[in-house]
Design a binder for this molecule. Structure first.
Ligand SMILES: [Zn+2]
Length: 238
């Protein structure tokens, strides 16, 4: 089975003065991408579905995909979710637990956007949205001392688990940065899967703690979007 996982940040028009305009995908672009996926028979699944499949406990539809959102912006609820619902897709959102209900304080030089708060998160979980951890403070894990890495991974997993009322299975490495030690610490902290940013399909043999995600940005054209899915499918099998 080949699994593409996409990663988005903000679905919105690019505000003037943004330092990282690539992190935006306009609502029109996003709707066109969802329409493309629907037209080509993709079904979105959760990481829990995928983990059960990898354990041999369940089957999956023929063409599956996971849509993910990093950082947990409030825009994900107000703009992205209604569009996803329209096309019948679900999503997994990675939260920076120390900043829930605040803004993207870890990138102080970027325009500050509100992040989902606790009641947003609980409401969304009830409608089937899945949540994962993106550490406590959006840390550069590869640059921290082991004790600090463990603190980031454990406190975020504990706090998010308490908020969601269930164990947190998936971790998103901020900035896609990790080392072999990070993987071990993630495992030790109880994560079953980890996602990075790398333009590749996932196969049945892909390390669950190094799942690859295809970044979708404001520069992703419709042709590029289709190319990423089909070229990668062809290169890595059906
Ligand atoms: Zn991020």
């Amino acid at each position: 089975m080949r699994l593409p996982i996409l990663v988005y940040h903000k679905i919105d028009r690019i505000p003037p003065g943004s330092r990282y305009p690539k992190n935006y995908v306009t609502p029109e672009q996003f709707a066109a991408q969802l329409a493309f996926l629907a037209r080509h028979g993709y079904t979105s699944i959760s990481f829990l579905d995928y983990l059960a499949y990898r354990r041999g406990e369940r089957r999956l539809p023929r063409r599956v995909i996971i849509l993910t959102f990093d950082d947990g912006y409030r825009l994900t609820r107000t703009i992205a979710l209604p569009l996803m619902r329209q096309y019948g897709f679900g999503a997994t959102i990675f939260l920076v637990t120390a900043y829930v209900g605040k803004t993207n304080l870890w990138d102080a030089d970027e325009i500050q956007e509100p992040l989902l708060d606790a009641s947003d998160i609980r409401d969304m979980q009830e409608t089937g949205i899945e949540f994962g951890s993106q550490t406590a403070t959006h840390a550069h894990l590869a640059a921290l001392r082991p004790v600090e890495v463990l603190r980031e991974l454990r406190t975020s997993r504990e706090q998010l688990g308490a908020l969601l009322g269930k164990p947190v299975a998936v971790l998103s490495y901020p900035y896609g940065e990790y080392t072999q030690d990070t993987l071990q610490f993630a495992r030790d902290s109880g994560y079953e899967a980890g996602v990075t940013v790398r333009e590749r399909m996932n196969r049945d043999a892909t390390d669950l703690l190094e799942l690859r995600r295809i970044p979708i940005t404001s520069l992703t054209s419709p042709g590029r979007f289709a190319w990423d899915l089909f070229r990668l499918r062809w290169l890595h099998g059906a």
